[in-house]
Design a protein around this ligand. Structure first.
Ligand code: ZN
Ligand code: ZN
Ligand code: ZN
Length: 375
């Protein structure tokens, strides 16, 4: 992700996030956190430098010390404009100087640190040789739930991203499918997401006929034909927060079996949604959806987890998967997206983003889940 967002967060919000991150790091046995450009840095500070910068940029969070952002001198003016900049001290370094020695001085302790999953290996190696007494852990593995519970402003942004994805579906259902290539419909999807306010399009899956049986088939040259099921799965970032929704449409009249499988997936999606409430382990949502599919004899064709979290990225914890015992907490946001994939024939997936409230789940996608017939 690049560029600044229109996120309505203040320096106080970012300060509170950084304080919580340090607290959670300590609870996880870490001396601090080292945060590279990417989703964690954007969430903690509002600063989103170009991802391709090879010069070390690192937020250093250590207990009982002020947060420090190590930045290349030439990026310092941009960093100073980030929304949370007043909550961090900037320490810039110029080309030719050793940024690892600078960072080592800031850590000032030996110990184990969490480091962003997407930090460059080059930077981690530099830190390791400057600080032989330190060891490192994956930030996401150490603090999987750091960004999982959204505050009300974040929920509003996620709801707005969901509404923009819904508006995209309401338009795409009226375009011609039959006789056009998947990639042509995918281009329509990307254009619509942007038209409805997305600054970044992450995926535009258009999987027709047998391609629908491959869950992550993107969009290719296949010409969509009458009689095809078409899985549509699209999303990206709007104002810094993600959308991700799937609907499966049919070109012309479907067969009885196609209707049956679509109804089954819809019922599984509903069962997963109904399982959402505070305190329920993530895996129970997966189990609820999977039980419906398995009960109808299609269990072996539901070949992925039921869902994933969403926030400043389109895939993040919590994962709705067998073995994930993390209890649901109000404010969490994730997809509920069961599917059935019949090799060589067709696939069906239905996906909504759902947030946890005290009363249960609330959908952030609200287009019809009935199978639509398209032209
Ligand atoms: Zn068909
Ligand atoms: Zn999706
Ligand atoms: Zn998804």
């Amino acid at each position: 992700m690049t560029g600044s967002t229109a996120a309505p967060f203040t320096a106080d919000d970012y300060r509170a996030r950084m304080e919580r991150a340090v607290r959670e790091a300590a609870d996880a046995g870490l001396a601090g956190l080292l945060v590279a450009p990417g989703p964690d840095l954007a969430w903690l500070t509002g600063y989103a430098p170009p991802a391709a910068t090879e010069r070390l940029t690192l937020l250093v969070l250590v207990a009982d010390r002020d947060p420090v952002l190590v930045v290349p001198a030439l990026e310092a003016p941009d960093a100073a404009h980030a929304a949370g900049a007043s909550a961090v001290t900037l320490r810039d370094w110029t080309d030719g100087k050793d940024p690892y020695a600078l960072t080592a001085g800031l850590l000032g302790v030996s110990g184990r640190f969490g480091i962003s999953d997407n930090a460059w290996a080059m930077h981690l190696l530099g830190l390791q040789s400057a600080l032989p007494g330190t060891s490192y852990a994956s930030l996401t593995e150490a603090l999987p739930m750091l960004r999982a519970v959204k505050d009300p402003a974040e929920l509003e942004l996620l709801a707005a991203a969901g509404a923009a994805a819904d508006a995209t579906f309401e338009e795409i259902r009226n375009v011609r499918f039959g006789g056009r290539r998947e990639c042509d419909v995918a281009r329509d999807l990307a254009g619509l997401l942007r038209r409805f306010g997305h600054s970044q399009v992450d995926f535009t899956i258009v999987a027709s006929g047998p391609n629908g049986a491959s869950p992550h088939h993107e969009a290719g040259d296949r010409v969509i034909a009458r009689g095809d099921m078409v899985v549509l799965d699209f999303g990206g970032l709007k104002d810094g927060y993600g959308s991700d929704t799937s609907r499966t449409v049919h070109v012309g009249e479907p067969t009885g079996e196609e209707r049956e499988v679509h109804d089954l997936v819809r019922e599984a999606q509903e069962a997963g949604f109904r399982a959402v409430r505070p305190g329920v382990p993530c895996q129970d949502v997966d189990r609820a959806a999977r039980a419906v599919v398995a009960g109808a004899g299609y269990g072996e064709y539901f070949i992925h987890r039921t869902g994933h979290g969403i926030g400043v990225t389109t895939h993040e914890p919590p994962y709705v998967v067998e073995g994930e015992e993390q209890p649901l907490v109000p404010g969490m946001c994730f997809s509920v997206e069961p599917g059935v994939y019949l090799p060589g024939r067709f696939g069906v997936r239905i996906e909504d983003i759902v947030t946890v409230t005290e009363e249960g789940g609330r959908r952030l996608n609200n287009t019809t889940r009935e199978m639509l017939i398209v032209e």
